[in-house]
Design a protein around this ligand. Structure first.
Ligand code: COA
Length: 538
């Protein structure tokens, strides 16, 4: 069986392009013209198709590589009839795009020679023999100031997408076409007002309109040898945008914004993603960060070993996921922490005294179980704390179940198992439930669903120490209670200072949902429940 080395076709005068997508894997069977990989210059996206049917035996480049005409990209065991061992991918009968249209600028003489601006018509450039291409996007707004080479509009034939850029710095006066029009080489598409003094030095001033800076494509050496640029299949990730339908300008913007195009809903003709679709996507993500998924954790690439010895310790999965969730929650939720202290003197007297005789064998009840009980009651009394913000922040979804997550410190990192229906459980059951979950978390035996569905979280560092801390609200919840170590304090009772056991509470809340006064009332209510546990019976 003949082996074929597929090389990058003639790029029409462009020196280097980037491999932005590899559309096949080793061992894949491909048909003639199936896309093997996608290349991109700063203005155009091109597919490199299989020159014949066969099987991909080796991939010689990777995403991010820069390649030139003639660079070998894949090896194929060919079923094709090529007897040659090296096949330029585009050396087929399919004729397509001559790279991107790049306007060669011409200096335009000010009409009165005084440095004033001058109107210039912009025409459709040489399209490499293709007629009747569709205007699929007006990439600028009339009246908008643009810099040379900014995209004015995007054209699309059935196989290629091309930007028509503005030839020089200036203002877009008007378009002479609209989306959906078909145009051919030489058609007038826009008028611009050149900024005074803005022009290249390539050409000397000539008479203006008719010969004005006629856009031209960079001449391809041979149309037949130019890359086939079917539907551009660029990608902001690496492979997930296969089949995405969008012009280079949108793709560039998507890359700049870090938007995965395959997640954007399209409203353009034939499913094409427009700039407006990108804007709508970004707006939706900004307003509904929960749907946006975990944020990126940006570490430091500084070489700290310049200052002394270092050791790079890999972070396990739990720590990495926690980091992403924390970045996401911290950066998207405007949060505030309300501090208070509960007098738990009586509670602790009861817990350590009379209660002990009530406990089943082997069951330990720490203050945490009482705090969970009090939280379940407070959440019922203040439903906005047992809630999530709905899409675009237009609704508050109040949950009628009370599932309390308990942050557990494990050797591998922080896990938050959830005690379901905490409102329906007594203190002993809550103590048993949370202890069992904490033990499973530490033994790595926690099933995934044990961490799902929480409506509120408690992070208790009381067993360790500390006076207070600010826990981070984790989306989509809207509040979290931090518990620190109870301490004896002198408390003024109106006549004298009394020694009382005071439990520090730190209640962080999502300020989009909860007002400060509500947070203060909620926390106070919690304190009252804990101060006199008879309140929990009411
Ligand atoms: N004040 C004073 N003492 C407290 C206390 C408080 N707020 N909370 C607990 N204690 C005491 C307990 O009564 C217990 O005392 P004992 O041994 O005399 O009975 C001791 O501290 C240890 O308690 P602990 O084992 O921590 O049990 P707990 O029920 O309070 O907590 C967990 C259970 C799972 C929450 C806890 O073990 C844990 O992992 N905490 C860390 C949570 C965390 O990492 N949060 C940070 C998130 S950012």
């Amino acid at each position: 069986m003949a082996q074929t080395q597929v090389t990058v076709p003639d790029l029409g005068g462009i020196d280097e392009v980037e491999v932005i997508e590899i559309s096949v894997a080793q061992g894949d069977a491909v048909n003639e013209e199936d896309t093997i990989l996608v290349l991109e210059s700063d203005k155009a996206t091109m597919e490199v198709p299989a020159p014949n049917a066969g099987t991909i035996s080796d991939i010689l480049v990777k995403v991010g590589d820069t390649v030139s005409s003639g660079t070998p990209v894949v090896m194929m065991d060919g079923a094709g009839d090529s007897s040659s061992s090296v096949v330029e991918a585009s050396a087929q009968e399919t004729v397509e795009e001559k790279a991107e249209p790049v306007i060669q600028t011409q200096e335009v003489a000010p009409s009165n020679g005084s440095g004033e601006s001058q109107e210039i018509p912009v025409h459709v450039p040489d399209l490499g023999g293709v007629d009747n291409v569709e205007v699929i996007e007006l990439a600028a707004k009339e009246g908008e100031e643009l810099a040379a080479e900014d995209s004015l509009l995007v054209l699309e034939s059935d196989k290629a997408t091309m930007e028509v850029p503005i030839p020089q710095d200036g203002k877009l006066v008007s378009f002479h076409v609209k989306v959906g029009d078909t145009v051919s080489q030489g058609d007038l598409v826009a008028t611009i007002l050149a900024s005074s003094g803005a022009a290249s030095t390539e050409n000397k001033p000539t008479e203006v309109p008719a010969q004005a800076p006629a856009p031209q494509t960079v001449p391809a050496k041979s149309a037949a040898s130019a890359p086939i640029a079917k539907e551009p299949v660029t990608s902001v990730t690496t492979t997930s945008n296969k089949g995405v339908h969008a012009g280079p300008a949108v793709r560039k913007l998507a890359r700049e914004l870090g938007v995965p195009l395959d997640q954007v809903s399209s409203t353009g003709p034939r499913g094409r993603i427009l700039k407006e679709d990108l804007q709508a996507f970004v707006k939706q993500r900004v307003n509904n960060p929960v749907a946006a998924g975990p944020a990126q954790v940006v570490g430091s690439d500084e070489d700290f070993s310049r200052f002394g010895p270092t050791e790079s310790v890999p972070l396990n999965k739990i720590k990495q996921v926690t980091a992403k969730n924390m970045v996401q929650s911290w950066s998207t939720i405007p949060q505030v922490t309300q501090f208070d202290e509960a007098d738990i003197t009586e509670l602790e007297t009861y817990r350590k005294g009379a209660m002990q005789s009530q406990l089943p064998d082997g069951v330990k009840v720490s203050p945490l179980a009482f705090i969970m009980k009090a939280c379940a009651m407070a959440l019922k009394a203040f439903p906005q704390f047992n809630a999530s913000l709905g899409p675009q922040g237009q609704t508050l979804i109040q949950k009628q179940y009370y599932n309390i997550g308990v942050a557990v410190d494990t050797p591998d990192g922080l896990l938050v198992p959830v005690v379901k229906d905490a409102d329906q459980k007594g203190v002993i059951e809550l103590a048993k439930g949370s202890a069992e979950l904490a033990a499973k978390a530490r033994d790595k035996k926690l099933p995934m669903d044990a961490m799902a569905g929480g409506t509120f979280t408690i992070s208790s560092l009381g067993g360790i120490g500390g006076t207070s801390f600010t826990p981070i609200v984790t989306a989509p919840q809207v509040a979290i209670l931090g518990v620190s170590k109870a301490q004896m304090k002198p408390v003024w009772n109106g006549k004298e200072f009394e020694p009382r056991l005071m439990l520090p509470l730190s209640m962080s809340y999502d300020h989009r949902v909860i007002d400060g006064a509500e947070a203060a009332r909620f926390t106070r209510y919690l304190c009252e429940l804990l101060t006199d546990t008879r309140n929990m019976l009411l």
